[in-house]
Design a protein around this ligand. Sequence first.
Ligand code: SAH
Ligand code: AVI
Length: 311
Amino acid sequence: MAAEIGKSLRAPLPWIPSKYFYDDRGSVLFEEITRLPEYYQTRTEEALLEAVAEPILAAGRPRELVELGSGTGRKIRILLDSLQKMGRLQSCVLLDINELVLNQSVQRLQAAYPQADFRGVRADFVDDLECLNPRGARLLLFFGGTVGNLHPRDVPGFFRRASHALVPGDTFLVGVDLVKDRARLEAAYNDSAGLTARFNLNILRVLNEKLCADFDLAAFEHVAFYDVENAWIEMRLRARRPSRVRIPLAGLSLQLERGKEIRTELSCKYTRESFTGRLEATGLRLERWFTDPEELFALALLRRTEEGRWR
Ligand code: SAH
Ligand code: AVI
């Protein structure tokens, strides 16, 4: 973490990887965000999943579910219920970077579905996917539009690595937040209750705690805007006044002028076309594209092909 932050904060536009949002406090804040009226993503994806769970399971006929960035593990219950009814539920793996949230989710799910075998893997879905050995009859899941938090240029590599957790014929379900009007998007990241602002600022507290940094949270303000050209929401923290920050464990001392910004998150929005474009030569192809009636959010069902099998 020290080396990563030392490098990212020295960049011309300083940035902090968004995985650092999710300490225990940040994970609770995210959960609260999912219930905000402006944050349409979670309720839209849940309703869509309820509607299409059966065709998704019929397409892959899995016996095992594996969820990346599983958080509280609420959405996966919709699929676990259907799979249980079909008599095919055998095992389930949750993978997340936050150990506390992961352990709580695994325990709750194990208690709710005692006949299945649950396992938690504390890992980074960008760097550590090789820990998911392919076993077959697996449905990989990546909900929440979290794929949008990867830079678009990193998405094909992510899909290539994810495809190696699957055997040809296995399926991968990805939640995708869609391009839509600016007002709706910006409202979702500038909520009137100020929760997203607290979530954003919390990342500085994580650096204070983990790297002995001395960020004064009151010296920064939350900024979130939609960049139409890149089709992404960008979250930043802007210095309200000149400030000097020391991050001893990263060997860094920063002099930030008033108005200087640190990027904390990209949240990319896709169309069916732009999303499909990221799948080329990844060993995955788009099989079905499900959306809600307002076309706010999509569930992309991908199939592992034979391509790249022996790499
Ligand atoms: N899937 C849930 C949670 C989405 S929030 C939903 O749809 O609501 C993003 C989740 O991914 C959080 O639980 C966070 O802890 C986890 N996460 C973020 N970056 C990660 C990374 N690089 N590797 C593993 N998990 C990560
Ligand atoms: C987890 N991820 C998909 C959320 C998003 O919308 O990009 C994180 C988030 N950031 C601000 N609000 C929610």
